[in-house]
Design a protein around this ligand. Structure first.
Ligand code: SF4
Ligand code: SF4
Length: 382
């Protein structure tokens, strides 16, 4: 068995409910209903167990975590345990009172997602009318409340033309940091890959825009830039290595090494309802299976980067090759690399198909147009 140092951070996926319907959502295709979510006491117990293990940060995520009416209590519970708290939100359900309540409960940081730099694109991509304007308002309120703000811009072939305007928006909204993240192809993103994947030329142009802005805005705005794996030469160190730094607790209480791990068949995920968090982290099948280097095939096993990128992403290896134990095809040294290159070229050269918007249950997924002002999947059941 591989020894496990304590994780740095816990991603608390409080709910899968969300008023938006982004076609690249990282939630699973089968979303958890509100009736299956952990209750307040269970989450507070999990945070206590996490603090005892040595976890330092809690990231509240979803779905849309502000759907949960107990969010302030959960933030306060983490604060009392000395845990740093970050809220990852679409923002559309927030108002000045709720932001003040969250700040009062001790929230330290807000990561606010945008779908585009402008209203028409933002509302279309998120599938939520009025969403973009609301986000702009919420960003201002977050800063007014004195909270640190990161804007999360998810980019793809249908909004990259607005990248310079997205950066200007982040500056105008007084964000501390902007994360420009190309879509990663898991969950709904994988389902919509052909509608989202940029051409190589689009990617190169975007990278040049980011690098120029990074220089120009030194001291004003911090940039994080995540490129699509399909054009990479070496894989990213996914989650900093499987079961090394992060754990994800799903709305149901199942504990995952990464948010997409349930796409890999044959892994057994334990629940915080059945076992202590520390025991799950140290001994559960899902965490042990790809922890460390012992599971690695060639060429990873004898590669000098094996403890740098940890063989890349297991979910991507499965999505492309059907075998999660192969080298990530994003790596040029993988015998599967050519498949990912050809997929990217073929799909990005064709006209994009219509989005399949995320929805609750396979029958709820819809193609364009799908603008909903009030459709909160599972609303009223928390
Ligand atoms: S639908 Fe969009 S806003 Fe909602 S959780 Fe998914 S990515 Fe986030
Ligand atoms: S062969 Fe494996 S360890 Fe080496 S760079 Fe590629 S993915 Fe990373």
């Amino acid at each position: 068995m591989n020894a496990a140092a304590p994780p740095l951070a816990l991603l608390a996926e409080l709910t899968h409910r969300c008023p938006l319907r982004c076609p690249y959502c990282s939630n699973p295709l089968e979303l958890e209903r509100a009736s299956g979510e952990l209750d307040t006491d269970a989450w507070v117990r999990v945070f206590g167990e996490a603090a005892d293990m040595g976890v330092l940060q809690v990231h509240f995520s979803g779905g849309e975590p502000t759907v949960r009416k107990d969010l302030e209590r959960l933030v306060a519970a983490c604060g009392a345990l000395g845990l740093y708290t970050n809220l990852i939100t679409s923002g559309v359900l927030l108002d000045e009172g709720r932001i003040a309540a969250l700040a009062g409960a001790g929230l330290e940081h807000v990561q606010l997602s945008f779908q585009d730099s402008e209203e028409a694109g933002g509302d279309r991509i998120g599938g939520y009318k009025g969403g973009h304007a609301k986000k702009v308002e919420v960003a201002r309120l977050v800063r007014k409340a004195g909270l640190a703000l990161t804007l999360n811009m998810v980019v793809h072939r249908q909004n990259l033309h607005n990248l310079p305007a997205m950066i200007e928006l982040a500056v105008g909204l007084d964000a501390h940091r902007v994360e420009i993240a190309h879509v990663q192809y898991y969950g709904w993103g994988l389902k919509n890959r052909a509608a989202l994947i940029p051409t190589r030329a689009q990617l190169d142009e975007a990278t040049a825009v980011v690098e120029a802005a990074r220089q120009r805005l030194k001291g004003v705005l911090v940039f994080d830039y995540v490129v699509p794996d399909y054009y990479a030469r070496r894989p990213k160190s996914c989650m900093g290595g499987w079961g090394r730094n992060f754990l994800n607790v799903m709305p149901s209480g199942r504990v995952l090494p990464c948010h997409a791990a349930e796409t890999i068949p044959g892994l057994r995920f334990d629940s915080v309802s059945d076992r202590p968090l520390q025991q799950i982290w140290e001994t559960s099948d899902a965490f042990q299976r790809f922890r460390g280097t012992g599971w690695m095939p060639e060429p990873c096993r004898s590669c000098d980067r094996r403890e740098i990128d940890w063989g890349g992403c297991r979910c991507q290896a499965f999505a492309i090759t059907g075998d999660a134990a192969r080298t990530d095809p994003a790596c040029e040294l993988s015998s599967d690399h050519q498949r990912i290159v050809e997929l990217a070229q073929t799909e990005s050269d064709r006209a994009p198909p219509a989005f399949v918007y995320r929805g609750l249950g396979a029958g709820a997924a819809r193609t364009e147009p799908a603008l909903s002002e009030d459709a909160v999947p599972g609303a009223g059941r928390s």
